[in-house]
Design a binder for this molecule. Structure first.
Ligand SMILES: [Fe+2]
Length: 320
């Protein structure tokens, strides 16, 4: 195994890559000392992703000695059956944890996921921001609600933003990054795509780009230089887990922990890859957006019906 601080580290047991990047030029200007942020996404605790993989992700993250851990949603798969394990995993990080929720968290039960994360000591940001002091420097972290399921409110998220402070945006869906950039946030961390999972023969670009309409699929996009305008960058993490298909093939589809050294000039460290150009993308239609929101309410209604049936059955000593 190469050095953890190298640009690309493979862990043979769980096949998690650790990749390192610098922050934006604005972070260099605003930070007196560097802040290391470990970015993980799409843990998807549950049957599909082995527990050993989740535990190894925590180990690798802690070995990198980050000042902050940022997790960009999809903590669960389809149920609340693994929330105790989620709490155990998230409480295992040695650095403070900030997070946003993803579409799977809303489908499975956002309140319950939120409570589990709170018990684990994580701060969940939903269209809100927080200022954390790390290494003697203040970092403003802004977290957008999940736009896939209709919970994003960028106006509320950016309300009261301190442009004099170094800032970092979190959004499950990377396509929201442009809004952050216009609001003065130079770097956004995201997830959702799992890097396409199968990246051989550019299959991920066909599946996630042409079919799925994503502008950003995996890795670093945009610009970290600062020319006084709306320049910005977004990183899409490949994630740790999966919710449907466990298969991951190809270099860019491997599970990963990404380290961002804010306050370090990108030109001074080896990085896994350069800033990439966004794909054309295709925003979802309003019908599609409505269908996605409806799914959350359907799932909620299903859970309530099941809970009330269980209550009725137990009041009569029936087993179901
Ligand atoms: Fe996901």
């Amino acid at each position: 195994m190469t050095s953890l601080l190298g640009p690309d580290t493979r862990c043979s047991r769980s096949r998690i890559r650790v990749r390192r990047f610098a922050g934006s030029a604005r972070h260099v200007a605003q930070l007196d000392s560097p802040i290391r942020v470990a970015h993980l996404t799409d843990l998807h605790v549950g049957r599909i992703t082995p527990r050993s993989v989740q535990e190894r992700a925590v180990e690798l993250t802690n070995e990198a000695r980050p000042d902050l851990v940022a997790i960009t949603g999809d903590f669960v798969c389809h149920s609340q059956s693994y929330l105790d394990f989620l709490e155990y995993i998230v409480s295992g990080f040695s650095a403070p944890v900030v997070a946003v929720l993803g579409n799977h968290d809303h489908w499975a039960g956002a309140d319950e996921v939120r409570r589990s994360l709170a018990r684990a000591g994580a701060e969940v940001l939903e269209n809100s921001s927080t200022v954390i002091t790390l290494n003697g420097c203040r970092l403003q972290v802004l977290g957008l609600g999940d736009s896939y399921t209709g919970y994003a409110d960028i106006k509320r998220t950016l309300q009261g933003i301190r442009t004099d402070l170094p800032s970092l945006g979190l959004s499950h869906i990377a396509e929201e990054a442009d809004h952050f950039w216009r609001g003065g946030v130079p770097l956004v961390l995201s997830g959702h795509t799992h890097g396409g999972q199968v990246t051989l023969a550019s299959l991920h670009e066909i599946a996630m780009g042409k079919v799925g309409g994503h502008r950003y699929i995996h890795g670093l996009y945009g610009r970290r230089s600062f020319n006084g305008g709306f320049d910005g960058a977004v990183y899409v993490g490949a994630g740790i887990g999966a919710s449907v298909m466990p298969l991951r093939m190809g270099e860019r589809g491997a599970r990963e922990v990404a380290l961002f050294d804010l306050g370090i000039d990108p030109a001074t460290i080896p990085e896994h890859h350069d800033e990439q150009k966004a794909l054309p993308g295709r925003p979802p239609s309003s019908r599609k957006r409505a269908k996605r929101m409806l799914r959350v309410y359907r799932q909620q209604a299903f859970r309530m019906r099941t809970a009330s049936l269980r209550g009725y059955a137990s009041s009569r000593n029936w087993s179901i």
